[in-house]
Write a protein that binds this ligand. Structure first.
Ligand code: KIV
Length: 257
């Protein structure tokens, strides 16, 4: 386990863990100073490539973006999402995770957990690979969005799942769209940090998609807080550029050789 991972685990219950996604070198470089963990998420499928879900993004694409992000990220723990279909069985999971780590220099991989893939977490862990789990609403396995952990039965199931993922060797678990009371119970039931998205302040840390907080993605569900309206700023800048080109204000002497 590397030092960055140990430091993240140490924060549990003491200091909130700050996490965001990045798909490019420039964004990785800008957010690195303020984050503990940066995820190259398979959300790039929707956010960057305009796909309807995350199911078709492939390993090579994730790998290329991760290489770019690695160039910008020096301080934060760099985690890469394993895309759907890349961890169908322990053998494939190990081959693909090892290759991702070798080619991109990331510190860890994240997989989405259904109730049948605990053996993937343990086999990655047993091969020396740092692995993060992901429970609740898991877009690779679920079609229809709904808040998870609402009934006491669902709550019990999620707590047990989180405990088993911890036991299998994960260093942290993403809780996606899980009710506040269940997020609290899960967080109290395990020794590894929970990182919430749409899962309340009861988690040990928070993650959001960077394009969402920047107001770039056009996707702003209840759990997203838009910190800046980049779309508006970009439109303003591009309009000025367009006017300058048309009116021959750009390029000026200053921009010419
Ligand atoms: O792909 C992603 O960006 C994620 C986060 C939303 C947790 O899995």
């Amino acid at each position: 386990m590397n030092k960055k991972i140990r430091n993240i685990i140490k924060k549990k219950g003491k200091i909130k863990i700050v996490c965001l996604t990045a798909y490019s070198k420039n964004i990785g470089k800008i957010i690195d100073k303020y984050c503990d963990l940066i995820l190259v998420g398979d959300s790039m499928a929707n956010v960057l490539y305009g796909m309807k879900n995350t199911h078709k993004i492939d390993l090579e694409t994730i790998e290329n973006h991760s290489k770019a992000v690695r160039l910008g990220v020096k301080k934060s723990l760099l985690v890469v999402d394993m895309p759907k279909g890349s961890y169908k069985n322990p053998r494939e999971a190990k081959i693909n995770a090892k290759s991702l780590i070798k080619k991109t220099g990331c510190d860890a991989v994240k997989i989405e957990n259904n109730y049948a893939n605990l053996n993937i977490v343990s086999s990655l862990y047993n091969s020396g690979i740092n692995v993060m789990g992901h429970i609740g609403f898991t877009p690779q396995f679920k079609k229809n969005f709904k808040i998870e952990g609402v009934t006491s039965n669902q709550q019990l199931k999620l707590i047990n799942q989180a405990k088993k993922i911890e036991l299998a060797g994960a260093f942290s678990i993403v809780l996606e769209c899980i009710s506040k009371k269940t997020s609290k119970k899960i967080t109290e039931s395990i020794r590894i940090p929970t990182i919430g998205i749409g899962s309340s302040e009861e988690c040990d840390g928070q993650i959001l998609v960077t394009d969402d907080i920047l107001g770039l993605s056009g996707f702003y569900p209840k759990f997203v807080k838009k910190y800046i309206n980049s779309e508006k700023l970009i439109k303003k800048a591009v309009k000025r550029y367009s006017n300058d080109v048309k009116s021959k204000k750009f390029p000026s002497k200053k921009n010419s050789f």
